[in-house]
Design a protein around this ligand. Structure first.
Ligand code: NDP
Length: 481
């Protein structure tokens, strides 16, 4: 099998780096090999991007024409949604239904940024003398986008669409676990008529490919989604090079259930909040705080609901929990369960691989609920990024807020209560970028998304999601009359 090429300008290039083996985590079969970019090929991609971005046809393209291109990309994604969904499913093991939803969401993201691009305007600002002052927005130039493996369909659209809407060129480096969704996005952009060189996709590992991209002197901005440890590496390069940087990082998000919550809805929301996507979601509600008076009753319902979840192949009818995205990642999740046991945590359900012969070949792990730990325990503090929920009781609101905020992360939080005053108080006190009240994991492309504390810097999505890829420029016009 020859290794797949990647995209530089309008050329499909076979890279000189060590190829990546894409393995289906549901059954350990080889999907394909993908060739990887060395430093000289990263350089070629950035040069292609610089040249294409400097072309007046792109730089001075009217917003409605740019929007038309983005709409065309959206249509092509929608037309190929089924194939893209199947591809993501085979690379990271997500349920087919979820992958379908993410393909639809990628198309919607391009549509949204087409509309943002077409309707965005410059601003007249208040003068303090005999002049008119205005602010216009210029593209940053070439943006480097680095993405993780858990949701390449949405994460890559979430970076490429606003970057293009803002008038930039992009060099995308997808995760080595999910190397080809980005390549397909690049192919669709070309097919839609986006000029060659505006979207380049270099396959490769974080080191050396990702790092070579970050250090390239002609890259003017970083858009990164991934783990907090890697985020620090990106931020260090950004500090040295002084380039604007968007960082969407990890989380250890609390779900909070008060005694007055609608029990059925809260149980369902907590289970879905942690176990959907097999827990491999940055916003997974992985720490659960339940008011003491409801604790035993809630736990019983939670364990019963968790045990009933159908763990199965990602495209099997009725599967609710698929495999983890790789075998190495399953090892990592398992090591956290060992750590929890060593700290005297009690595993109420799960805590092992499934018995079924059908699932033995894949990277499966059962949904797991752990009690008996303090919030300072390792599994309550570190992001596991797997189907593992730690449950803790709380007595009063102040103690709850202190514990929920006692983490280096601040990505999301869920609050379940019938009392809107309590919901308001707690929502304002929690240090997190997204708070869900009596719901969880609802996401809209029009609503800003990002983290407090070590969960990130800056915000994606919304109108600001396009502005993040632009630089404000202020003009003063002297008026002599
Ligand atoms: P990583 O941080 O390991 O990787 C993210 C990207 O960075 C990959 O493309 C990776 O390449 C690359 N990379 C890794 N090391 C380097 C390096 N030294 N220099 C340059 N690039 C590098 O994250 P994962 O792929 O493991 O994804 C899971 C993480 O992503 C979780 O922590 C999760 O919370 C976070 N995430 C955050 C989201 C948010 O919006 N806040 C959304 C989704 C996920 P390679 O694949 O080759 O290692």
């Amino acid at each position: 099998m020859s290794a797949l090429p990647f995209l530089v300008g309008d050329s499909w290039v076979v890279g000189s780096g060590e190829p990546i083996r894409s393995v289906n985590p549901a059954d350990a079969t080889l999907n394909y090999e993908v060739s990887t970019a060395d430093a000289s090929q990263v350089d070629a991609a950035v040069r292609a991007a610089v040249k294409a971005q400097a072309n007046p046809c792109w730089r001075r393209m009217k917003p409605h024409e740019r929007a038309r291109l983005l709409y065309r990309v959206a249509e092509l994604i929608a037309a190929r949604a089924e194939e893209l969904a199947g591809r993501q499913m085979r690379e990271n093991g997500k349920l087919r239904a979820e992958c379908r939803g993410q393909a639809a969401s990628a198309a919607a993201t391009f549509r949204y940024y087409a509309a943002v691009c077409e309707s965005a305007s410059s601003e007249l600002t208040a003068p303090r003398g005999s002049y008119y002052s205005m602010t216009v927005y210029e593209p940053v130039g070439v943006a480097a986008a680095l993405t993780p493996w858990n949701s390449p369909l949405t994460m890559e659209a979430q970076k490429v669409a606003p970057a293009l809407a803002a008038g930039n060129a992009v060099v995308l480096k997808p995760s080595e676990v999910t190397p080809t969704l980005g390549l397909e996005l690049g192919r669709l952009c070309l097919e839609a008529g986006v000029p060659p060189g505006i979207v380049n996709v270099v396959a490769g590992r974080g080191q050396p490919t990702g790092l070579a991209l970050l250090w390239h002197p002609q890259v003017r901005m970083f858009a990164f989604t991934g783990g907090t440890a890697t985020g620090r590496v990106v931020a260090r390069v950004a500090a040295e090079r002084l380039v604007p940087t968007l960082l969407e990082l990890g989380g250890k998000s609390p779900q909070i259930v008060f005694a007055d919550a609608d029990l059925d809805k809260a149980v369902a929301g907590v289970i879905d909040g942690i176990f959907s996507s097999t827990g491999q979601s940055c916003v997974a509600g992985s720490r659960l705080f339940v008011e003491a008076s409801l604790y035993d009753r809630f736990l019983e319902r939670l364990v019963e609901g968790t045990r009933k979840l159908k763990v199965g192949l990602p495209d099997a009818e009725g599967s609710q929990v698929g495999p983890l995205a790789s075998f190495a990642h399953r090892d990592r999740v398992e090591s956290y369960i060992e750590a929890a046991r060593k700290e005297r945590g009690e595993v109420l359900v799960g805590g092992r691989r499934p018995d079924s012969q059908e699932l033995k070949k894949g990277a499966f792990y059962l949904p797991t609920v752990i009690v008996g730990l303090s919030n300072r325990a390792r599994v309550c503090q570190e992001e596991i990024f797997g189907p593992v929920l730690c449950v803790l009781p709380f007595k009063d609101e102040d103690e709850l807020v202190a514990q929920a905020n006692d983490t280096v992360y601040g990505l999301a939080c869920g609050i379940w209560t019938a009392d809107y005053r309590k919901a308001w108080r707690v929502a304002r006190a929690i240090e997190a970028g997204t708070i869900w009240i009596n719901t969880y994991k609802q996401l809209s492309i029009s609503t800003p998304f990002g983290g407090f504390k070590e969960s990130g810097l800056g915000r994606e999505k919304g109108v600001g999601g396009m502005r993040a890829y632009q630089l404000a420029k202020s003009l003063y016009w002297q008026v002599d009359a």
